[in-house]
Ligand binder design. Sequence first.
Ligand code: ADP
Ligand code: GLC
Length: 492
Amino acid sequence: MSKFNVLYLTSELYPMAKVGGLADVAGSLPKVLKDLEHDVRVFLPKYRVIRDRKYNLREVIRLRDIEVPMGNETVTVSVKSGFVPDSKVQAYFLEYKPYFDREAIYVDPKTGKGFEDDAFRFALFAKAALEMLKVLYWQPDLVHVNDWPSALLPYYLKNDYKDEEFFQKTNSLLTVHNLAYQGEFPAKVAKQVFGKGVKFDENHPAWHNGKVNFLKAGLLCSDLITTVSPTYAKEVLTPEMGAGLDSVLIEKKDRLYGVLNGIDENVWDPETDKELAKNYSVEEPEDKAVCREALMEEFELENPDNMLIGVIARMAWQKGFDLIVDTFDKFMDLPVNFVILGGGDKELEQQINELVEKYPGRLGVKIGHDEPLSHRIEAGADAFLMPSKYEPCGLNQLYSLRYGTIPIVHATGGLNDTVQEYEGDGKGNGFRFEEFGAEPMIAAVERAVKLFEDKSAWRKLMLTGMRQDYSWTASAKQLIKVYQEAKAVEVA
Ligand code: ADP
Ligand code: GLC
């Protein structure tokens, strides 16, 4: 089987710069591909949180002062070199302080919204990758880009760089992790992003309802597209889930694949996880109880017989936090306790804090991002609730399965592909509700509570999940097939 040279562009990378699941994927998939002997190299912005010393980043003389043509000007950037932590995967860090040396990755702390100049930040990111490749004189077979922040690269490849000999053998693949985030900007940015001579009208690939749309340009210009689960790959073709880009995706349907994300089995392993009060395994799951006790103590929870439900997510519309808040009083009629970790939407944060006041001893909450706590919750909870309105893949249900924590999910996207309803006799690995709404969600939690009373059946269900394989092994193979197919597309 052929081995590929791949430049993998990402705007997040665990453990250096994480907002959500993209970081986890970017921190694990390239390592697996490298183990399969593909030469995968990662390219990402050097944000302030990525400290040179901490991650051993080095200056490379050749990669200093690279000139990137942007609109009317030339921007001079540098690229530093390092590795994806705990691996031999080469990583390149785009250093341009005016854009990336900031307090946050995407959200301006002053406004709570994206940065004003995001269009320029991420257009530079995409173009700088191509300029760096020329300086390195490394010709990738494929450029694998992720979500809107790197989506302009396929556009530049097919336009600004189309006649360059150097890129005649470079194909592109765009992975959509979340169609709702598109990188949409006012038309006035077009001059700087696409160049002054380029006509920005409805015939331009980034044109979408009179605005500049990075993701649309990426969808139209990349050779192949993947999404992060088979179900989501179908859902995005519908007006309900297509976020306004369904017709574009229908046009590219023959070049669209759903490849389920895998998990990093070294980072998420109850047997070796250093954050846990006690490690446990599928052979000896008993010590999960120690993690549970520690979590209850940490949040001063009472009623140890109640089923302990964990929730970890960005507080965004997508995740269905509003449904949890609205339904909380009804949950409290059941023998359940909750631990919730999340942050984002200020209103939801406040509503959840109010619930803590109302239900001391039954609800523990931490607002903010807390990586170690996310591990303690996965290990200490009995069940894990994900009432997502939509979910391209979802990783927490997979971490939950590995940690013997039973997922209760809305059957959408990747949740539909990975969680099957418990039916006894080793059938099913969790509980799911098909319709989004309070009643179906409560009914699913009730089914879980009922089984929780039967300790031996519950244990069997835990072990079913713990034995399942959600590593990258199978998905990486599928992805390589997609790479092969992308290579077969003629570079125009
Ligand atoms: P998404 O990418 O939409 O946020 P995923 O389920 O794919 O959803 O991945 C979310 C990742 O972010 C998981 O690793 C999850 O544990 C982590 N995460 C989300 N919110 C927090 C938080 N407040 N603290 C720590 N980790 C979090
Ligand atoms: C996105 C999606 C999530 C997915 C993650 C990694 O942010 O919301 O469902 O698991 O990307 O692909």
